[in-house]
Design a protein around this ligand. Structure first.
Ligand code: ADP
Ligand code: MG
Ligand code: MG
Ligand code: MG
Length: 399
């Protein structure tokens, strides 16, 4: 049995030589740690020509961006690898391939996507990938349908729910999304100029009731195996290609959480665009983001519906009209969770570069306020936004 130790670059090379499945493992000679995330070590493993060939990712026993004072379960590496392996079975085109993982070492060896770029950076630079929104909609439909009760036998579903119990990572989401922004907490992080806006969140009983209902659904609705962290920094894009990575928050939860996180990150980018492009050029880019949201939802809903019509065997769930009724609830959930993403990324611990890298302070504060007010509105009126067109109209109204 392999006992946990934190890898050096040399360990990572040796590990990749053993488990990357290459015909000639001695080709791998060098490694560089490139992790820019908050939590883990990510090594690129290079050949003698300096070409990156494979990735070794290892979980650390604490939160990397905070330090050893915030311990964190190593089991998240198993959950990440198993979630990605499961998702790969249903959406191989849009999921990073895991070659090998070891739960004791909390390590995985995966496909190198160095020829792709992280979507968030591209969205900020306003480099447009015309197929990305539809591909993300497809990824979500395939992975979420095939891990739901619409597809799995009830015994199989319950066994899977048990396999993907992820209490410690869920607790992070429960705290960061649903608690911290609505109370005084040392983890919160926002400029003093926004104090009044944040106090208003804490004083808004209607908002907090709606957030309570969302948190309750996050706790209790084991609808499908979620990615759990599908923001634009967990998505690699290239010409005609999109791949999800970084699924350590994977667990069985409400489908609307993944959909809402994805939409929420397009809206965070929408809010930040004037700070990067100027108000005039931002207008056209914003229209593209709204069109992407429309495409993402339409693709997701059509594909999920088609899969349900084709493949659902459960007598009750196959009842004509039930899948579309379910999708209406997923949509309402998604709007609510999207709103919580907008707020927690503006006032909570973890922000997004789409807004945080805006150099002009006034402009940055304006964009933060925009995200907060849009998030608030969406959470409170989620049930009344009954179509993606209506969502887009509301986003325009709050711009
Ligand atoms: P964390 O869980 O710490 O957020 P990520 O899985 O998001 O770690 O990876 C952090 C960074 O490492 C990514 O933003 C990307 O730059 C790089 N990276 C991760 N996986 C790959 C991969 N399969 N191919 C190429 N680069 C990767
Ligand atoms: Mg990440
Ligand atoms: Mg990260
Ligand atoms: Mg991660």
């Amino acid at each position: 049995m392999s006992q946990y130790r934190t890898f050096s670059a040399r360990d990572a090379v040796a590990y990749a030589q053993q488990f990357a499945g290459l015909d000639n493992p001695s080709e791998l000679v060098d490694a560089q740690e490139v992790g820019d995330g908050n939590l883990n070590l990510v090594f690129k493993i290079f050949d003698a020509q300096g070409v990156s060939r494979i990735i070794v990712k290892q979980a650390l026993p604490y939160v990397r961006c905070v330090g050893e004072s915030w311990p964190l379960t190593l089991d998240r590496a198993r959950l990440e690898a198993q979630t990605l392996v499961e998702h790969y079975q249903h959406s191989p085109q849009h999921t990073v391939k895991i070659h090998h993982f070891d739960p004791e070492l909390a390590v995985m060896v995966m496909e190198d996507l160095s020829d792709h770029k992280i979507w968030r950076g591209e969205l900020i630079a306003n480099v447009y990938y015309p197929q990305a929104a539809a591909q993300l909609g497809n990824y979500l439909a395939q992975t979420l349908y095939h891990t739901s009760d619409f597809y799995l036998h009830p015994h199989q579903k319950k066994a899977q729910v048990a396999q993907f119990i992820n209490p410690e990572m869920c607790e992070i989401t429960e705290d960061l999304f649903f608690n911290d922004p609505y109370q005084v907490h040392e983890r919160n992080n926002y400029p003093a100029a926004l104090e009044a806006d944040v106090v208003a969140l804490r004083d808004d009983a209607t908002l907090k009731l709606a957030v309570a209902a969302l948190k309750h659904r996050f706790f209790s609705h084991a609808e499908a195996l979620l990615h759990g962290d599908i923001h634009s920094g967990s998505i690699f894009v290239a010409d005609g290609s999109l791949k999800a990575i970084d699924a350590e928050f994977g667990y069985f939860g409400p489908i609307g959480f993944d959909v809402g996180t994805a939409i929420g990150n397009l809206l965070l980018n929408y809010c930040g665009l004037p700070g990067h492009l100027g108000i005039r050029d931002a207008a056209a880019a914003r229209e593209q983001r709204l069109a992407d949201i429309q495409t993402l939802w339409a693709t997701f809903a059509e594909r999920f519906q088609a899969l349900a019509t084709e493949k659902t065997r459960d007598v009750a769930l196959a009842q004509p009209g039930y899948a579309s009724a379910f999708l209406k609830k997923v949509w309402a959930d998604a709007i609510g969770f999207c709103g919580t993403e907008l707020i927690r990324r503006s006032v909570g611990l973890s922000h997004v570069a789409d807004i945080d890298t805006i150099k002009d302070e006034e402009m940055r504060h304006t964009c933060l306020r925009h995200a907060i007010s849009l998030g608030k509105a969406l959470i409170v009126i989620a049930e009344r936004i009954d179509s993606v067109e209506e969502l887009i109209a509301r986003v325009r109204q709050y711009s």
